[in-house]
Design a protein around this ligand. Sequence first.
Ligand SMILES: *[C@@H]1O[C@H](CO)[C@@H](O)[C@H](O)[C@H]1NC(C)=O
Ligand SMILES: *[C@@H]1O[C@H](CO)[C@@H](O)[C@H](O)[C@H]1NC(C)=O
Ligand SMILES: *[C@@H]1O[C@H](CO)[C@@H](O)[C@H](O)[C@H]1NC(C)=O
Ligand SMILES: *[C@@H]1O[C@H](CO)[C@@H](O)[C@H](O)[C@H]1NC(C)=O
Ligand SMILES: *[C@@H]1O[C@H](CO)[C@@H](O)[C@H](O)[C@H]1NC(C)=O
Ligand SMILES: *[C@@H]1O[C@H](CO)[C@@H](O)[C@H](O)[C@H]1NC(C)=O
Length: 642
Amino acid sequence: MIRFYFGIFLIISVVNADIYFHFPPGSNNRVNERTANRANAQNAFDSQNNNKGGYNVPDATNQAYGTNSSLQYYLKFFQSGATGKTILRFVWTNQHGCGGNEETNPTKQTCDLILQYMCQDGDINENDLDKFRNGVETSPQTYTPEKTSDAAGKLADVKTTRRLHESWNYYDRCHNRERNKGLFIADQTLQGNTAIYTRQDSAGTKYGYECPEERDYWPYISPWADIAILTSNTSRCSFYQQESFNVKPRHDCIETRNGIRTSTKFNNEVNCTSQGGKWLLLYSYLEKAPGYTTQVSCEKASSSRYQYKWAIPHDTITVKEECLVLHPQQDLSCLQAPWSRSNYLGLKSDAEPLSYDWTIPSFPSNKIKRCIARIRYNISTFDYDLYNINSTSNGKVKSPVKNDPVVIVDDGIQLQINLNTDQTGRTFQDRTHIFEILPRPNGINDNENIYNWNMLGKRGNIVQTYPAVEYDFTPRNLQINRNDLIHIQWSGSNTHHNEGNSDGQAGADGQGEEGTDRSNLVEIRNRDENYPYPYEQTTFWKNVKVRWSPMDKSNDNIRKDDLALYFASSGYYRCQRAVDCTGINNLYTVETQTTKLDSLLKKAPASFEGALLQANPGTYHMMCTRNNNFSNRAQKGTLIVT
Ligand SMILES: *[C@@H]1O[C@H](CO)[C@@H](O)[C@H](O)[C@H]1NC(C)=O
Ligand SMILES: *[C@@H]1O[C@H](CO)[C@@H](O)[C@H](O)[C@H]1NC(C)=O
Ligand SMILES: *[C@@H]1O[C@H](CO)[C@@H](O)[C@H](O)[C@H]1NC(C)=O
Ligand SMILES: *[C@@H]1O[C@H](CO)[C@@H](O)[C@H](O)[C@H]1NC(C)=O
Ligand SMILES: *[C@@H]1O[C@H](CO)[C@@H](O)[C@H](O)[C@H]1NC(C)=O
Ligand SMILES: *[C@@H]1O[C@H](CO)[C@@H](O)[C@H](O)[C@H]1NC(C)=O
């Protein structure tokens, strides 16, 4: 019989886990390295993931973008309409499990998955130092604390060749602001007193311009807007939905120099105002509406869909009110986390991927947005009351958990519990590369639903890609209504060589040019077959209408056989005959292309903008000819239109 001596609950928590986005592809801090392991874990954010895993920045062409960021590909998604939704399915794997019914199938930890995004306007100036960038090199942005002025420091630090998500000013404020001393830090000794030092990052290590205190805690004044919280305990949902920074503005201390906001030491009202700072309410926002320049005109623009608010934005520099469109309340959902088991980077219990269907926001400005999404995976032990614990339990004596304690469960035997107090509540993270949210094209109505149908995975066999995944369609089965639209698109890289220094087998097995991702889409009769239909026997292409395509021609002028050719060649060809493709399209015909497409798509671009299609009812099976290799890899998907 086991006796408990110290009144310690022996709930052992294995705190080593990872989270990886698979669609849209997550970077895990990768840029374009040809190695299996990422080159720099501090590139932009603290993932706490293993070094292997993640996807390189997509290439727009059949060449690696090298040092030219204009040759990177941004996945493109159309925004939602007034009533028509655009659905983007986020797909990920989380290693330690989540979800589960406490009564019949308890989880081994309590957890939350928090999906977030941030956007900026697509027309931001190329030289703007706040412009989001994927980077063309793997080194992180630098930060120099001793600076003559904020502007000089920012100019000296920010490199346009490196990944940039959060802004320099945001990190500068985090670096100088006193940390929240009410937080539980267990028995950890933090090496400093500002918000860059946390229980999980006691040394204040810098990851891009991410603020460690923001990273580890929620809610927080942050550039990230909440999309969804998937939790093991849905009784906390009303708390999350009320406390989200999306809907609840927060006070912050604002100090200025020559009228321009600068960083401050103070994080509470008393210290702030007694030292000449202003304690102001800051707002998160869907977007700014700079066309409205007075409170009256701004707030009059409110409708049943959007609340316009004359207020100070969280990222203010001028410390003046601006016209903000607030996040609609329904933009934040809180649900039971999908059930997944511990010690496994894989599927949920119904053998489908862990996923969340995001209804992409609708921006009233109808502007192009550049965006990044992030998934945070928060796991905690139940060795203490994690919802109420605070700084009164800090320190070697009072902390309810200690590093690797030795416990006595029976006389004469001492057992070590493996537990790091910097990890007993732990956050993992992954982020996408930059993607774009576009206004709906002409002819697409506000009440039409758009479903994104994409490819996931990267180059390599099952061992080499791990913990990423091999190529497949996402969703594998897409079921929609005849009135709905399908947006087919894929992205890939030319630098997935996965060489050397891996945690497993290195290399890039697969078909076609070494290290390259390619996809295409052809129709097959059944999913257990591998020969595609010749065009004459296809049903899909004859049953679809093109509602939008990036081809510079009227949707009505696209021949059905040319549409099939466009998808089968990943956009290398747009037409068979030169006469059917005029203008810019004339470069992309079987008759005019001087080098013909090879059978393994080496010459085709790695990423493909696709088209927006509408199909008649039917069941359509699809395959990618290049990566599908019977007995090795099945890249097949099915569209069911009812
Ligand atoms: C980068 O790529 C763009 C797009 O193809 C091209 O216009 C530009 O000339 C390239 N820049 C350099 C420096 O090669
Ligand atoms: C994640 O964990 C941190 C630290 O335990 C906690 O402050 C935060 O509220 C959690 N976030 C969510 C959404 O549960
Ligand atoms: C779930 O959350 C509620 C509300 O915060 C809390 O009272 C309860 O203890 C939690 N249950 C579990 C199993 O975490
Ligand atoms: C602000 O005030 C608190 C007490 O409320 C104090 O503990 C803290 O050190 C002060 N911070 C600064 C930066 O002065
Ligand atoms: C910290 O937790 C203790 C015990 O739950 C509670 O009495 C106290 O009010 C809390 N302190 C703060 C600052 O929240
Ligand atoms: C299909 O995969 C197998 C196993 O990796 C490989 O031996 C074979 O060469 C592949 N087929 C082609 C055409 O690449």
